[in-house]
Design a protein around this ligand. Structure first.
Ligand code: GRF
Length: 216
């Protein structure tokens, strides 16, 4: 079976893109990145893609009269690249319902919180203010509603005494870099089944260890 062809959409530094590029560099990984698309011309992630020898494309949303017109250009670029799966990795544009319906079950996003808590922006600051003891990140399928799609993989990290937004975001980001490649691997291996809102992972071992914070 050939490798799953993936397009990655970015707007910025691209550290999650880097995690995906690194994973795809191992011979046994079941996916490869066929194109990186950015809506921001000077996004650092574009450099990361070029270094890895992956084709890049800039599609500036400001050059389009509407969200639908921008999304149509994205759609065309993704199809032209032959991608079967789209990974949003710090892509700071909302996608129109027409796009998410057309690509239903084939677009992933990574969100820096344990969804359905803390949808939207500034998740780390909001988690600190809420006083949660566990925070984390989620990879989910994209639906028309923001940060609302079926969950594929989540990672929890502790919120530690003295944490600020910076220290907490670093801890979450390290977990993001583990779970995004994991989610793509599971899809590439054909083990992810979407039933309604719920994702089932065939042959998943599960992780029975509860993360207690503070430790007992
Ligand atoms: C990450 O925190 C991701 O969860 C969120 O945007 C950030 C992108 O960071 N969606 P990077 O560009 O991948 O470094």
């Amino acid at each position: 079976m050939g490798k799953l062809k993936v397009a990655v959409l970015i707007s910025g530094r691209g550290s999650n893109l880097q995690a995906l590029l690194d994973a795809c560099a191992s011979p046994g990984f079941p996916a490869r990145i066929v194109r990186v698309i950015s809506n921001v011309a000077d996004a650092f992630g574009l450099e990361r893609a070029k270094r890895a020898g992956v084709a890049t494309q800039v599609i500036d949303h400001k050059a389009f009269p509407s969200r639908e017109a921008f999304d149509a250009a994205l759609d065309e670029a993704i199809r032209t690249a032959g991608a079967e799966l789209v990974c949003l990795a710090g892509f700071m544009r909302l996608l129109s319902p027409g796009f998410t319906e057309a690509w239903r079950g084939r677009v992933l996003n990574i969100h820096p919180a344990l969804l359905p808590s803390f949808k939207g922006l500034h998740t780390h600051q909001r988690a600190l203010e809420a006083g949660v003891k566990l925070h984390g990140c989620s990879v989910h399928f994209v639906t028309p509603d923001l940060d609302d799609g079926p969950l594929i993989v989540q990672a929890a990290v502790p919120v530690l005494e003295g944490d600020d937004e910076d220290s907490l975001s670093k801890r979450v980001l390290a977990a993001e870099h583990r779970i995004y490649p994991l989610a793509v691997k599971l899809i590439g291996e054909g083990r992810v089944r979407l039933e309604g809102r719920v994702v089932h992972i065939d042959g998943a071992a599960g992780n029975p260890a509860a993360l207690l914070n503070p430790a007992d």
